[in-house]
Write a protein of this length. Structure first.
Length: 116
């Protein structure tokens, strides 16, 4: 399986914003659950946000109201708009494109650093 490709990570000051992007799998199935996860050093990977092909979105309590997940189906890309970032948001962020057991794709991660 070819991994997904994330982009948009980097260094930002507390209170700043970043927009992550993920090139989706291009699988023929139009039914999907696409997600962003993150993993900070010494911590387990956690689910940040999810969006379904039906448009339903869900967020971790820690990011609700600050982060926004979206999909551009025409461009086959997923985005995570991150606003009002704080040091607890620093992590490697991964995208996931799930369209069934045999079509479960992950990205290799993009680093987000929040520091003054």
């Amino acid at each position: 399986q070819v991994p997904l490709v994330e982009s948009g990570g980097g260094l930002v000051r507390p209170g700043g914003s970043l927009r992550l992007s993920c090139a989706a799998s291009g699988s023929a199935s139009s039914v999907y659950v696409m997600s962003w996860y993150r993993q900070a050093p010494g911590k387990e990977r956690e689910l940040v946000a999810t969006i379904t092909s039906g448009g339903t979105t869900k967020y971790a309590d820690s990011v609700r109201g600050r982060f926004g997940i979206s999909v551009d189906n025409a461009e086959n890309r997923m985005f995570l708009q991150m606003n009002n970032l704080n040091t607890n948001d620093a992590a490697v962020y991964y995208c996931r494109d799930y369209r069934g057991e045999k079509n479960d794709y992950w990205g290799q991660g993009t680093q987000v650093t929040v520091s003054s």
